[in-house]
Design a binder for this molecule. Structure first.
Ligand code: AMP
Length: 401
């Protein structure tokens, strides 16, 4: 990492058991280096660092986030120059839960760190890991501004009727229970890109964005403003995901506790890590699921059908909420790469003005593209998401880069 890094933003995504980092130029979108620290807390940890001169990989036990980040910074310095000397404009931190406190990119100071930490009860797996990432990065790069970009921020504008759960008002107020939404950086980035691709003003468009990755969420966006989204208080609500159940009768939780004798930790584990595609078919990776479907595996076929059924329900709901839609956009790992999901989730909707063109849908491309037929009133697009670039741009804009 030596040439062409000046003016770049170091984007840090510190998750519960992994950390991703990337050095991105906010204007060109070019990534000059990136890294992954994974399986933190397990004996078989791994650090991968990709830079213009090649790839470094270390397999080493990584006891915690602090050690992992320190090791990664050492590798960066060994193969090039220390991070403090490469002309970084800002560090952009991907932060999961901003609660009711943060809904704009925010320059991080001690008080902000404390507030993010205070929100940990709303995101116990994510916010503590985010805070450690911030602390280590601020200690390593104290003279560079650090900016937090929140996954919940884009959904701060949800109207009250979409954000409110129908439970006792006082209980909800006391415990901050409402629908916050997640993947906001992606939904915002993709909806802006979709408008750009169509050559339309964002303010003119009613959009549905389907972010279908390992985690999955849908959003309804009117004129650039989110009016509904499928994830809620936590990223567990909504669509069927790799390992998360999505929508479920809350009575299931009560039943598992009362009748099956499961503790809250077990239920948490079941719904977050052993449900969704994995719970139904045994695999959480969509490609593995499709392989099983191709082999005639009935559990996998049902998992696929449940996934598509839930997706269609949300598309239908958002069509009505928006009172008609101009654009439906697929993004993230499954949405960008899987033609079957795109075809099946919109099949038979010609009378609603939604017609997917088979040939366009199956084209092998990684560029933003239209997959609807010429006679489709609704534009159906595939737009690759780039949360890291969106974070780099937000951070650069805030610090005046
Ligand atoms: P993400 O969380 O956005 O990285 O998406 C991860 C998901 O995308 C995993 O379930 C992958 O199996 C899935 N995925 C990636 N590439 C493909 C592909 N070519 N076909 C189907 N699913 C894919």
């Amino acid at each position: 990492m030596s040439e062409g890094t000046a003016g770049s933003v170091l984007v840090l995504n510190s998750g519960s058991s992994s950390i991703k980092f990337q050095l991105i130029h906010p204007e060109t979108g070019e990534s000059s280096a990136s890294g992954l620290i994974e399986r933190i807390g397990e004996p078989d940890g791994r650090i991968v660092y990709r830079h213009c001169g090649g790839v470094e990989e270390r397999k080493v036990a990584i006891p915690d986030h602090r050690v992992g980040l320190t090791m990664a910074a050492d590798i960066v310095a060994e193969v090039g120059r220390p991070l403090s000397e490469v002309g970084i404009l800002a560090v952009g931190h991907r932060l999961v839960h901003g609660g009711d406190v943060f809904y704009e990119p925010t320059v991080i100071d001690d008080e902000v760190v404390q507030s993010i930490s205070n929100l940990s009860s709303l995101a116990p797996l994510h916010n503590p890991a985010n805070v450690i990432g911030i602390e280590v990065a601020r200690a390593a790069l104290p003279d560079i501004p650090h900016v937090g970009v929140f996954d919940t921020a884009f959904f701060h504008t949800l109207p009250a009727e979409a954000a409110t759960y129908a439970i006792d008002r006082e209980v909800a107020k006391e415990h901050g229970i409402r629908r916050y939404g997640f993947h906001g950086t992606s939904h915002q980035f993709v909806s802006a890109r979709a408008a750009e691709f169509l050559g339309k003003d964002l303010s003119e468009l009613n959009q549905i964005v389907l972010h279908l990755g390992n985690g999955a969420s849908a959003s309804a966006i009117r004129g650039g403003r989110a009016i509904d989204t499928s994830m809620g208080l936590t990223p567990l609500e909504g669509l069927v995901m790799g390992t998360r159940c999505g929508d479920i009768d809350p009575g299931v939780v009560l039943h598992l506790h009362r009748s099956a004798g499961m503790g809250i930790g077990q239920i948490d584990d079941l719904l977050n890590r052993h449900s969704g595609l994995k719970g139904l078919s045994g695999v959480n990776d969509f490609r593995a699921l499709l392989t099983l479907v191709g082999e005639g595996d009935e559990r996998a076929a049902l998992a696929y059908d449940v996934y598509i059924h839930r997706l269609r329900k949300y598309i239908g709901a958002y069509l009505v909420e928006l009172g008609g839609v101009d654009v439906i956009t697929f993004t993230a790992g499954v949405g960008e790469n899987n033609a079957d999901v795109r075809r099946d989730s919109l099949a038979g909707l010609g009378r609603l003005g939604i017609v997917v063109d088979d040939e366009r849908n199956c084209a092998d491309s990684h560029a933003p593209r239209r997959i609807s037929a010429d006679n489709s009133g609704v534009q159906v697009l595939v737009v690759p998401t780039d949360e890291e670039l969106a974070i780099a741009r937000a951070a650069a804009e805030l610090v005046g880069g």
